[in-house]
Design a protein around this ligand. Structure first.
Ligand SMILES: NC(=O)C1=CN([C@@H]2O[C@H](COP(=O)(O)OP(=O)(O)OC[C@H]3O[C@@H](n4cnc5c(N)ncnc54)[C@H](O)[C@@H]3O)[C@@H](O)[C@H]2O)C=CC1
Ligand SMILES: CC(=O)C(C)=O
Length: 260
């Protein structure tokens, strides 16, 4: 296949999404930086970082729980950057609650953002790829919590198991079109999401701030917290020509926490 040239990354205003957007730009992609409207300033900062790498980039305000927003972001890639080859369904949220406390609203919210978004991303990307005869790449955010259920992260774990299931199904359905579908499975990454998990766990188990994070990091074989750049390396691989025979996989990038 030809090297993908335009990538759309959701949740790219900060954290892992920002790291992925910068890595794909360094690989030679032009980038749609998609995030919620309230992240516009941060998103424009990422656009400037990408432009400093010599690539083109635009910020698109998109709520991934809305199908129309994802479809519009794909259209913006085609119309403003002249193509569309890779989607990274990265945006996601965490919730930190024992199953006994999970509400109907909690479930609806986390599934709309972590799961519905992946269905919408697969739909919008594959429609564009098939219409334009592009053997594109669909890459989504799973987690170690897509392989093993984590206590107090029940709704989150369920949502990431769903991402893994969707990845396997879409890989099989889209293979006849030459489209590959994969997911990355980070472990404990030092972003806003883990700041939230650590502080919420502290409220539940009374440990001092930072202690839950430290204990989790202590369980990592490579002995350090993960960075967005660690995750981005795997996404860069999935988007590259080197990954053209890889589909339907969740690749764990966790420094040695789970083993398959
Ligand atoms: N931080 C970690 O340890 C791990 C993170 N992940 C996954 O990686 C992905 C990125 O996580 P982080 O960068 O750590 O999180 P983060 O909280 O630092 O960043 C998430 C980004 O997604 C955006 N976002 C949230 N809801 C959105 C919506 N409805 N529409 C559009 N954008 C939205 C936020 O504005 C933010 O820019 C998530 O899917 C997460 O579940 C997976 C495993 C571990
Ligand atoms: C945030 C996340 O996915 C975990 C397992 O920590």
């Amino acid at each position: 296949m030809t090297t993908p040239k335009v990538a759309l990354v959701t949740g790219a205003g900060q954290g892992i999404g920002r790291g992925i957007a910068l890595a794909l730009a360094a690989d030679g992609h032009d980038i749609v930086v998609a995030d919620l409207e309230f992240q516009r300033e941060k998103g424009l900062g990422v656009v400037a970082e990408i432009e400093a790498l010599g690539r083109r980039a635009i910020f698109v305000s998109a709520d991934v729980s809305k199908k129309a927003d994802i479809t519009a972001a794909v259209a913006a890639a085609e119309e403003q950057l002249g193509g569309f080859d890779v989607i990274v369904n990265n945006a996601g949220i965490a919730q930190v609650k024992p199953i006994s406390d999970i509400t109907e609203e909690d479930l609806n919210k986390i599934f709309q953002i972590n799961v519905n978004s992946v269905v919408f991303g697969i739909q919008a990307a594959s429609e564009s790829f098939i219409r334009r005869s592009v053997k594109g790449r669909i890459i989504s955010a799973a987690s170690i919590a897509a392989i093993k259920g984590f206590p107090i992260l029940g709704a989150y774990s369920a949502s990431k198991f769903a991402v893994r299931g969707l990845t396997q199904v879409a890989a099989q359905e889209l293979a006849p079109n030459g489209i590959t579908v994969n997911a990355y499975g980070p472990g404990i990454v030092g972003t806003g999401m883990w700041e939230l998990i650590d502080s919420e766990l502290s409220k539940i188990n009374g440990k001092p701030l930072g202690q839950n994070l430290k204990e989790n990091v202590d369980s990592i074989a490579l002995g350090r917290i993960e960075t967005p750049e660690d995750v981005a390396g795997v996404v860069s691989f999935f988007a590259s020509d080197r990954a053209q025979y890889v589909t339907g996989q969740v690749l764990l990038v966790d420094g040695g926490m789970l083993y398959n």
